[in-house]
Design a protein around this ligand. Sequence first.
Ligand SMILES: Nc1ncnc2c1ncn2[C@@H]1O[C@H](COP(=O)(O)OP(=O)(O)O)[C@@H](O)[C@H]1O
Ligand SMILES: [Mg+2]
Length: 397
Amino acid sequence: MTRIGFAYNQKPDAVSTTLGQTLGESVDAPAGDEEPPSRAGASSAIDASAAAPAASDDEFAEWDGPETIAAVESALAELGEVVRLEATPDFPERLRAERPDIVFNMAEGLRGVNREAHVPAILEFFGTPYSGSDPFTLSLSLDKARTKEWLTCHGIPNAPFVLVREGDDADALAERVRARGLRFPLFAKPVHEGSSKGITERNFCGSPDELRHAVAFLLESYAQPVLVEEFLPGREFTCAVLGNGDAARVLPIVGMNFGALPAGALPIYGFEAKWLWDRPENPLEIFECPARVDARLLSAIERVTLGAYHALGCRDWSRVDVRLDAAGAPHVVEVNPLPGILPDPADNSCFPKAARAAGMSYDELIQSCLLLAAERQGVAITATAAARKARAALAAA
Ligand SMILES: Nc1ncnc2c1ncn2[C@@H]1O[C@H](COP(=O)(O)OP(=O)(O)O)[C@@H](O)[C@H]1O
Ligand SMILES: [Mg+2]
């Protein structure tokens, strides 16, 4: 029986618990690349009546809830014996003691700008095969500015930007924006967050004055540089990629229907849409999968998606966010090598949604990711009926 380690970070139970209390020490707020835990557990953290979120409201947005962890574990259990390895500070010792044949990694990590890379780096240190992207790709993708530089080097379209650091002078900022040829409106966001942390309507900057305010707020609230880029006014898609090398493919793409947002809302998939407006009692019908696009646009979106996936060195799976510019050309917004995978279809999690549209169940998606990783690293997975079924679903997707 294959021994499958399972690395994850679990959300603290009580939303009033600070992360520092949870870990018994002082650490940065966690973050990464994920999707809303909309209906599961942590959504109770958010006061739906709040007009705009305070920075602290989204502190726990990245962590996986017990339902997701249990669902992934149950999918993996059909392929082998699962050993839970929560990515807490004793992770290295437990990994050494348990000696799994392969690890399914969805750990966001605890602290710092390289947090998503820590678990894979430890796995590499111990020579343990694991699923998903390597530490370098995870760190690179979490830094949206470096990701954009890298994409630009590889000729993958993305919005022009400047990076603003604490202490940068406001007038100098306006000058830099002008000098780089950036045209208003602009969009400002924390450079290494996920789950729409720090992304609200206030990030839209129609004028130098609004830009100054947005940048000052984000610098102060998130204690990290702010990415300022041109606002991409067109349609938005998120694209799930599964596979490696030439066999990597884009699953049916998910389109955002911004018409579902409240009247007058800015057409973005930000904090308000993910956390405030999408409620169990009033679900937001924002996703369309497969998105309605013509063959030409579909192939242009798939081209930039796969281009980004390969340029960043993604492995096994990733989700790429894409928006169209004013001329209708697809641009990469960001790449998520640890995609959100909420199990309940009602949770509006895009990767499982795309998999379902490709005829793949949640279990088959998780199992496919592990099978891809195993194949890539020459790890034998016990040939259970589930493994055969997942292989067939992957081949057909
Ligand atoms: N340059 C941009 N132009 C228009 N909308 C943007 C831009 N950057 C981000 N957004 C909007 O903000 C959302 C969240 O941004 P993203 O960088 O994907 O952050 P996260 O890591 O939180 O998902 C996007 O899905 C998109 O709707
Ligand atoms: Mg995103």
